[in-house]
Design a protein around this ligand. Structure first.
Ligand SMILES: C[S@@+](CC[C@H](N)C(=O)[O-])C[C@H]1O[C@@H](n2cnc3c(N)ncnc32)[C@H](O)[C@@H]1O
Length: 199
């Protein structure tokens, strides 16, 4: 996977609204409300959230606006990182990394679809090592392969392959059940959310 194979794209409102919606609003759009509704029950505002593959920091900004004070972002592309005021580190998550502390929650939005099986296994192992026991990880990924030219490196996974990759984690919640794990390889990209607990 080369740098040009990676693109920074955000799951748009249309996509995220297909997840089970929970009202958060108060200045947050539907997509932000949906994601916050999955994250906020699992982590307190003064605990530490880690975002894997944070890109331009959109979700870090959303979390900060919601009230989270301790957010760390990792991305291996320095050029993706152009966001003042955040603790963003240049890290390839498929290689072991040390944050100097253990985190209380992990957000992985749109990153695992770029990793092949071996890379994903390594990334999960490395992430497991920086999480406290019984903390949660929110995974957002595509249901179907995108038809956009620059998205051809998206890896599709079914529940069985996710459970093999997430060794050391227990699956707690799946949203967007109706459309998850389809094998359709064309059409608009769609999204599902999996919540994992580190054992
Ligand atoms: C589709 S973008 C998602 C950005 C952001 N999380 C969001 O949801 O808007 C994927 C991001 O993952 C990063 N990425 C891909 N593989 C990575 C790796 N092995 N280590 C760290 N970051 C990686 C890319 O540089 C890119 O910024």
């Amino acid at each position: 996977m080369t740098k040009k194979d990676i693109f920074v794209r955000r799951f748009n409102e249309h996509t995220l609204c297909k997840a089970r919606p929970v009202k958060i609003k108060k200045g947050f759009n539907e997509a932000e409300s949906t994601l916050l509704s999955y994250i906020s029950p699992h982590v307190d505002l003064d605990q530490t959230i880690l975002e894997l593959g944070c890109g331009d920091g959109y979700w870090m900004d959303t979390l900060k606006k919601f009230g989270y004070k301790n957010i760390i972002g990792l991305d291996f592309l320095e050029e993706s990182i152009n966001y003042d005021g955040f603790d963003i580190r240049v890290v390839d998550i498929t290689k072991p990394f040390d944050l100097g502390k253990k985190v209380d929650f992990v957000l992985a939005s749109g990153i695992f679809m770029h990793l092949d099986r071996c890379e994903a296994v390594e990334a999960v192992k490395n992430t497991h090592a920086v999480m406290k026991r019984h903390t949660k990880l929110c995974l957002l990924d595509h249901v179907v392969k995108s038809t956009k030219e620059n998205e051809t490196f998206v890896y599709l996974r079914n529940l069985e392959s996710w459970e093999e990759i997430f060794y050391g984690f227990k699956l707690l919640d799946v949203c967007n059940e109706n459309e998850r794990f389809t094998t359709v390889d064309s059409g608009n990209p769609d999204l599902y959310i999996l919540i994992w607990e580190r054992t």
